[in-house]
Design a protein around this ligand. Structure first.
Ligand SMILES: *Cc1c(COP(=O)(O)O)cnc(C)c1O
Length: 230
């Protein structure tokens, strides 16, 4: 079932690309495997999945150890500063940087471990109380401050859109994140790229692709509903 789901999501991404005149090569599907066992990750791998997203440091590290080394792991959830040291050499991209203090800690650990760390700035475009992330207004200054830190590289932006019944409701959110990335790019800040846009989840990834997402984070649509009780 997981393999079929994965292929179906890929197909829908291709269709969304076709509708919006985009190259499917420019969109990467991240299979969000949080709370799901490694057996299910292996099923997704049968369908070709190689990029996985986790929102907890411990869970990412556990799965990283258990699975083949050719997989790519993305940390998509909130990151606490005291967990940074476990993740800098395992996560290919950290999606959830929303403060200078966190970026400074990432930089410190990157230098210590001799690695380069790629990050995204999490932007709370919808300004939901419950969400992490900086505001659209705060983002450019934070990017500027992080740009000078050693061995950490801002590659783009990430947002978590609200849960909605009609994905069209989130189109303005995705459009706003894209616009923000373009605005920051025009500032030509050294060591800053704005080529990665992480946006779109199970309920709205097709709209996100139409609006320029380069990474979509799909969990439920691939692995089924999550059960947090177990
Ligand atoms: C869980 C999670 C997802 C995947 O959500 P689904 O609705 O199951 O696709 C995407 N992004 C983040 C940051 C998440 O925590």
């Amino acid at each position: 079932m997981v393999a079929e789901n994965y292929r179906a999501v890929e197909e829908r991404i291709r269709l969304a690309c076709a509708r919006s005149g985009r190259d499917p090569e420019d969109v990467t599907l991240i299979a969000v495997s949080k709370t799901k066992p490694v057996e299910m990750i292996r099923e997704a791998m049968e369908a070709g999945a190689r990029v996985f997203g986790e929102n907890k440091v411990q869970e990412l590290c556990d799965k990283y150890e258990q699975l083949p080394g050719d997989l790519h792991w993305h940390l998509i959830g909130h990151l606490q500063r005291n967990k940074v040291k476990y993740i800098v050499d395992k996560a290919e991209l950290i999606h959830s940087v929303d403060s200078l203090r966190l970026a400074e800690e990432i930089s410190r650990e990157a230098v210590k471990k001799g690695v380069e760390v790629r990050i995204l700035i999490e932007v709370n475009v919808a300004q939901e109380e419950s969400k992490f992330g900086v505001t659209v207004e705060e983002a450019p200054e934070l990017v500027r401050q992080i740009a000078v830190l050693p061995q950490v590289h801002v590659e783009g932006l990430m947002t978590i859109a609200p849960y909605v019944d009609d994905p069209e409701e989130n189109r303005p959110i995705f459009r706003a994140l894209k616009k923000l990335a373009v605005d920051i790019k025009t500032k030509n800040i050294d060591n800053v790229h704005m080529d990665v846009l992480s946006m779109g989840m199970t309920g709205d990834y097709e709209v996100a692709v139409e609006e320029g997402a380069t990474l979509v984070r799909v969990g439920t649509g691939i692995f089924g509903e999550r059960n947090y009780a177990i």
